[in-house]
Every structure is written in structure tokens, then in C-alpha cells.
Ligand binder design. Structure first.
Ligand code: ZN
Length: 95
């Protein structure tokens, strides 16, 4: 079938996409196909764009760990201040 052969030999374009981690991926597209603005990076799953210097932002998923670390940091700061205040009070003979 001439039609199928023509489809298989259709020229394909390789388009480079870069994600915010600097990974490059080069999916190929049929020359008459519309190329998407972004492409999912096959290595890290982040969206990748055609502008190497300005890749799309990574998906905004707030990692639970970071939030927990933030809370812990705050708590230890507060504890540290309390301990310091107590130590100062002892030095001054207030306790
Ligand atoms: Zn990536």
C-alpha cells in the first residue's frame, strides 16, 4: 500500500526539550504535526520546555517533609530561646 509506506517514511522532526533539572529529551514529531509547548521529562517527570534557558517550573507539590522540617526548626528555635532565657535567669540569680 503506497499510502502506508508514505506514512512511514514521512520526515520527522526531533525537538529538544529541557526540564528545570537540565535534562534534555528529544522526542520526534511528524513534520506536519503540531509540537507541544511542553513535554514531560522522561528522567524526572518534570515538565520540559523548548527554551533551554527558561524551562517550565516544576510542579508545585509541597513536599510533606519540608513542611515537617520547617515545623521542627521552629520548635527547636523556641526551645532554644526558652533554654537560653532560663540560663540567663539562673545567671542573674532569678531562679
Ligand atoms: Zn528532568
Amino acid at each position: 500500500m503506497g499510502e502506508a509506506e508514505r506514512g512511514e517514511s514521512a520526515p520527522r522532526l526531533r525537538i529538544s526539550f529541557w526540564c528545570s533539572n537540565g535534562h534534555e529529551t528529544q522526542p520526534s514529531f511528524a513534520s506536519d504535526a503540531q509540537t507541544p509547548e511542553t513535554w514531560d521529562c522522561p528522567r524526572c517527570g518534570f515538565p520540559a520546555g523548548q527554551d533551554r534557558d527558561n524551562p517550565p517550573d516544576p510542579p508545585r507539590t509541597e513536599p510533606y517533609k519540608t513542611h515537617l522540617a520547617y515545623v521542627r526548626e521552629r520548635r527547636s528555635d523556641a526551645d532554644g530561646e526558652a533554654i537560653l532565657a532560663e540560663a540567663l535567669a539562673k545567671l542573674r540569680g532569678e531562679i
